[in-house]
Write a protein that binds this ligand. Structure first.
Ligand code: G3P
Ligand code: MG
Length: 245
């Protein structure tokens, strides 16, 4: 059901490097991971960058919004110091550079489309169009989009219907089957806390692989795998060996 790697490094490199940076992707690859999840948001000039939070303050110092900052400025901002002095000066990564790195290093990508408030449609559209352009028709096996934003997924579906989509949820919504069908979604991505064996069975019986985030213990990863969960993403790339599954 899931022809992709079963284990993904969350935000690129889990706990080993500052999230959503090229350093994180390098850490994931170095740990032997063959697949990564990372978050993508648009800068003010509609250039996609790797970023989780809409506002500065956590991984990038200061105040302000990613969506109000041009990508050339973002690409000079320090997204590494918060994590540790060894990563001081590690810049905010451009999506383009992340895609290139993943392709060059054989990393399969779960691109989480993470729109800023009100930018769902535009973000889905731009990320899908650029991904399609960069990867070409033959490269779409190397990427899967996911998002909490239905609007972003709909936009991606319209622009690049052949790039698979995962519906991302914290818990299973009542109308999940209608949503999956209308999005022509490939997989369901659900939080560990929102998951039960019955849900795994129900979703898989409907023909959809189940992806679970964020699983940080080996024991839990094994249990989920036993339930039939198809893929997990983890921060503990130091603890859960890349060849776990
Ligand atoms: O895609 C799974 C996971 O990354 C969703 O949560 O907040 O870590 O982006 P978050
Ligand atoms: Mg994410």
């Amino acid at each position: 059901m899931w022809p992709y790697p079963k284990l993904l490094a969350h935000r690129g490199g889990g706990i080993l490097a500052p999230e959503n940076t090229l350093a994180a992707l390098r850490a994931g690859a170095r740990a032997g991971y063959r697949a990564v999840e990372f978050d993508v948001m648009l800068a003010a000039d509609a250039v996609p960058v790797l970023m989780h939070d809409e506002h500065f303050g956590r991984t990038v110092a200061g105040t302000g919004r990613v969506a109000a900052t041009p990508s050339v400025v973002l690409a000079q901002m320090d997204a590494g110091s918060w994590f540790g002095p060894a990563f001081a000066g590690e810049p905010v990564a451009l999506y383009r550079d992340a895609v290139d790195y993943c392709r060059e290093n054989g990393l399969w990508m779960n691109v989480e489309i993470k729109p800023a408030q009100g930018a769902g449609s535009k973000t889905g559209e731009v990320v899908a169009a650029l991904t399609r352009q960069w990867l070409g028709a033959d490269g779409s096996g190397g990427v899967l989009f996911s998002s909490f934003s239905i609007i972003a997924l709909q936009a991606a579906q319209a622009i690049a219907p052949d790039i698979p989509r995962g519906l991302l949820v914290r818990a299973l919504p009542d109308d999940w089957q209608e949503l999956m069908a209308s999005l022509q979604a490939f997989s369901l991505h659900i939080a560990d806390a929102g998951l039960s064996e019955a849900i795994v069975q129900q979703v898989r019986a409907a023909g959809y692989p189940v992806f679970c985030y964020t699983v940080n213990s080996r024991r839990r990863a094994r249990q989920l795998s036993g339930w039939g969960v198809d893929a997990i993403c983890t921060d503990r790339i130091d603890r859960i060996a890349a060849d776990f599954a």
